[in-house]
Design a protein around this ligand. Structure first.
Ligand SMILES: Nc1ncnc2c1ncn2[C@@H]1O[C@H](COP(=O)(O)OP(=O)(O)O)[C@@H](O)[C@H]1O
Ligand SMILES: [Mg+2]
Length: 257
């Protein structure tokens, strides 16, 4: 009996091991697929962007208003595709551990101001205010990967604009001297979230009730990517809301190293 059970266990272990190997191969194939697909998609999408820009700018002659309007829609749709492909690429890189951090001394308040500038038009188009508070204290420079933290902040402000219908967004960068950290707060007067949503928000491909109800575009990757980038800097990211229709606040906290 003893021998039989030992044999069984060996057998069982072998099966587990081979299942694990199979899973690893599959997982690798998946990452590989996403990565190749993203690269192959990105090149033509970028070409489309370039040509549409040139046509819109009038490089091939002036356009009728209607043509301009339609072409602008094509341009915007293409932008959404580029964003999605970039997010998928980031996801596959994150999952295969292929993302590298390139740190340099960065002024967080300047960095955040630049992101705000980039999104001004998007807010204006929805008649929302997008304001950045003046920091109360001098914000010391941080040694960070500026591109990654910018991306995280951009993903959050982009959401704030997307999931707000009235009012707007206020952003504040503050220094917490005692705790040796810098906090970026992004507060909106938008659609808010319930407890369940807040819990799952930062998972990959997770979209809240608000997103599905209002049928906004998105794959549910923005916050997952933001979280990973912030955690690579030993930082924290979290969300708060008093509930549906009560607005939301998002926080990124980075240690002063
Ligand atoms: N400012 C916000 N207000 C309300 N809900 C939000 C806000 N930001 C994010 N969410 C919720 O979190 C979900 C996940 O966000 P994200 O990862 O950026 O994916 P996506 O925007 O593509 O849906 C969104 O689908 C939305 O339900
Ligand atoms: Mg988003």
């Amino acid at each position: 009996f003893l021998i039989k059970s030992v044999v069984n266990e060996v057998d069982y272990r072998k099966k587990l091991e081979s299942a694990y190997e199979e899973l690893k191969v599959l997982d690798h194939a998946k990452s590989e697929f996403v990565s190749i697909a993203s690269h192959q998609l990105r090149t033509p999408l970028t070409a489309i962007k370039g040509y549409i820009s040139m046509i819109l700018e009038g490089s091939y002659g002036s356009l009728q208003e209607k043509t301009k309007e339609s072409l602008t829609k094509v341009y915007q749709a293409n932008e959404r595709l580029i964003k999605l492909v970039n997010d998928l690429l980031d996801l596959s890189r994150l999952e295969s551990g292929k993302i590298e951090i390139q740190k340099k001394k960065t002024s967080l308040d300047v960095m955040v101001t630049n992101v705000v500038e980039m999104l001004k038009i998007q807010a204006q188009n929805k008649n929302l205010y997008l304001k950045m508070k003046k920091p109360r204290e001098l914000i010391p420079q941080l040694d960070i990967d500026e591109q990654k933290i910018s991306q995280a902040v951009l993903n959050i402000i982009d959401n704030a604009i997307r999931y707000t219908e009235n009012g707007g967004i206020v952003i504040e960068v503050s220094l917490e001297k005692e705790e040796k950290k810098i906090v970026i707060e992004i507060k909106d007067t938008g659609l808010g979230m319930d407890k369940k949503d807040i819990q799952d928000l930062f998972e990959s491909f997770s979209r809240g009730k608000v997103a599905t109800k209002h049928w906004t575009e998105g794959a549910g990757l923005g916050l997952y990517i933001a979280k990973k980038f912030v955690e690579m800097h030993n930082g924290k990211i979290w969300a708060e809301s008093d509930g549906i229709d009560k607005g939301s606040s998002f926080f990124i906290e980075l240690p002063i190293n």
